[in-house]
Write a protein that binds this ligand. Structure first.
Ligand code: 13P
Ligand code: SF4
Length: 298
């Protein structure tokens, strides 16, 4: 399969981008693996005609919005993000009407329609930097993740109007599970994703995007690290740090949508040039402004 995928990539002049949570074999065949921010940036830099996005739909949609001249494919278009679907454009418009003048910020884990209603996007990798660019006297609406929102709001020391969305995968992590992992590996630092509930974030040593976790793993002097996020990242952590041990805090942190991309449907996607991600032009134009405002923060 890997050989066929490599041949098809050359024939199509395609680049394969994979999120850190995808299956190990998909990460291994990808040209680049990264977090949402790294992949959005890469999508603006690659020269290939075709981008095959292995991840969930909003990520492929972001790549398509940033690259109207390229063909963006997603191997399984049903790979959605339940958190992104927790708010609609209409609900956000209604919320904005109750907070006139507020700056509307959305986590990239949102639909193009929601991004189109926002002033700026954030990812877990840049949220603090982006929020710091918003004047202190402005009211802030933050959607859809209440956990990332409350995390950054407490770092910044100001209140946001939060939407009650959340990631069902990270919500599965309980304090008891974290305590058990801590007890089994005393002294090992614990890194968690900011999509985890506050109780879990408060127990962690580091709250990081998946890209941030890869960097922390490389730089840390610890030889054992506890990992509180989707288990797909363990593949990359272990491959890049063969001398270190990574312990998932819970084996149940599996995002079923991130597992929908397989070598089979990736090959099929390249072979049959499907499924193309197309965003309605008027929505794409407005969503692009919010994404580019984020990318401009650096
Ligand atoms: P990252 O941007 O940290 O990779 O997170 C994406 C995501 O979907 C986490 O659940
Ligand atoms: Fe969405 Fe959570 Fe899956 Fe990330 S891990 S794609 S936030 S459901």
């Amino acid at each position: 399969m890997t050989e066929e995928i490599e041949k098809l990539k050359r024939a199509r002049n395609a680049v394969v981008l994979a999120h850190n949570y995808t299956r190990g074999e998909v990460q291994d065949v990808a040209d680049y693996t990264g977090d949402s921010l790294e992949l959005a940036r890469l999508a603006t830099q690659v020269e290939a005609d075709v981008i095959v996005f292995c991840g969930v739909y909003f990520m492929a949609e972001t790549a398509a919005i940033l690259n109207p001249a390229k063909t963006v494919l997603i191997p399984d278009p049903t790979a959605g993000c339940p958190m992104a679907d927790m708010i609609t454009g209409g609900q956000l418009r209604e919320l904005k009407s109750r907070h006139p003048g507020a700056v509307a910020v959305c986590y990239v884990n949102s639909t193009a329609e929601v991004k189109a209603e926002c002033d700026i996007c954030v990812t877990s990798g840049n949220a603090e930097r982006v929020m710091a660019t918003i004047p202190r006297d402005r009211e802030i609406i933050f959607v859809p993740d209440r956990h990332l929102g409350s995390h950054v709001s407490s770092l910044e020391g100001r209140e946001y109007v939060l939407w009650p969305g959340y990631c069902p995968t990270h919500a599965r992590l309980t304090a008891a599970t974290v305590e058990a992992a801590r007890a089994a590996h005393p002294g090992a630092p614990l890194m968690v994703h900011p999509e985890c509930p506050r109780e879990i974030r408060d127990m962690a040593d580091e709250r990081l995007s998946t890209g941030g976790m890869c960097r922390f793993a490389r730089e840390s002097k610890a030889d054992t690290i506890l990992v509180g996020t989707e288990v797909g990242i363990l593949h990359r952590l272990r491959r890049e740090n063969p001398g270190k041990t990574f312990i998932p805090v819970s084996d149940s942190l599996v995002c079923p949508n991130m597992k929908k991309t397989t070598l089979e449907n990736l090959a099929e996607s390249l072979r049959e040039m499907k499924t193309r991600v197309v965003v309605q032009e008027d929505i794409a134009v407005r969503a692009r402004r919010a994404i580019e405002a984020m990318l401009a923060v650096g």
